[in-house]
Design a protein around this ligand. Structure first.
Ligand code: ADP
Length: 290
């Protein structure tokens, strides 16, 4: 009897150990995780197709995603530091040269004007970085008329759009929920880009497609090369870096556009316009209030 009990206990112990082994391996891999090695660590998948297999699979997927997000954040921080450093370094070296000899009041005036341009650029960059990193979701409003926001944005940019022909085709009473200030920012970014990079014609089209509102901003500029299309929503990406920098671009405008659209259940995509240039398309969910 004692022997049977002992043999039974040993068999039960062996079985439980066997069942727990994959979980122990899982725990060991999780313990070995560091922020920098997440992309390399592979969680060992048990041979059995049971719950521990499902758990290992889910954990592996989660570690991969956290690793990618961490790598993305690091890259973002490095690019942001680089973008901030460039105008600061330019200002510092200019100041060093300036202070090497006596200067006239006119020269001081010129220096301050140059600094003013650099400071404005830095200010815009910091504001855009804050917008991108903010996790604060502002108050929601129901039933905002997107057409009104587009018309207001076109009015606001009148000085920039002065030399352009802007065709506006807005389907009436297309209502969206959420935040007017962010949607305004989204429309402004698209119109500013069409003005900066496009030609003399801009077309803005707002229509309903199934249960979504679709906003298209097109232009007759050079367009966006196919190889660049998948990158233009990435922070700090610019097709022509030096040209974009010259005309005051930080490479963050479209990242902000996509972030706002996705934050509210929509998306931003890019294509070619029949006008010959780029066609930026935003989808946003229609208002639930009807
Ligand atoms: P930026 O602040 O440099 O304008 P964006 O994120 O708004 O940055 O745009 C990213 C890049 O996409 C721009 O630098 C430009 O090269 C390209 N781009 C954006 N809009 C257009 C457009 N309408 N036509 C051609 N290129 C565009």
């Amino acid at each position: 009897m004692v022997l049977v009990i002992l043999a039974g206990s040993a068999a039960a112990y062996w079985l439980v150990r066997r069942q727990l082994r994959p979980l122990e391996q899982l725990a060991a891999s999780v313990k070995a995780l560091e922020a920098d090695n997440m992309a390399q660590i592979k969680v060992p998948l048990p041979n059995t197709r049971d719950e521990s297999y499902q758990l290992a699979l889910a954990l592996d997927d989660m570690i991969t995603r956290v690793g990618q997000a961490y790598a993305g954040q690091k890259e973002f921080a490095a690019s942001a530091a680089h973008e901030l450093r460039t105008p600061l370094a330019a200002m510092q070296s200019r100041l060093e040269v300036f202070l090497m000899k006596e200067r006239t009041p006119d020269e001081y005036q010129q220096l301050l004007q140059r600094f003013d341009g650099n400071l404005k650029r830095l200010n815009t960059l910091v504001e855009q970085l804050l917008q991108l990193s903010s996790s604060h979701v502002p108050d929601t409003k129901c039933g905002i008329c997107l057409g009104d926001i587009v018309e207001d944005a076109v009015c606001e940019l009148a000085p920039v759009l002065e030399q352009k022909t802007v065709d506006i085709n807005l389907e009436d009473h297309l209502l969206v929920d959420e935040n007017p200030a962010l949607y305004r920012q989204l429309v402004l970014n698209l119109l500013q880009n069409a003005a900066k990079y496009g030609g003399a014609r801009i077309r803005v089209h707002l229509a309903q497609q199934e249960n979504q509102v679709t906003l298209r901003v097109e232009d007759n500029g050079p367009g966006i090369p196919d190889t660049a299309k998948e990158h233009i929503f990435e922070p700090f990406y610019r097709v022509d870096r030096s040209r974009s920098r010259r005309i005051g671009g930080n490479g963050l405008g479209l990242s902000i556009v996509r972030r706002i659209a996705r934050q509210y259940g929509g998306d931003a995509t890019v294509g070619d316009s029949p006008l010959g240039g780029a066609c930026l398309v935003i989808h946003l969910p229609l208002s639930k209030s009807g």
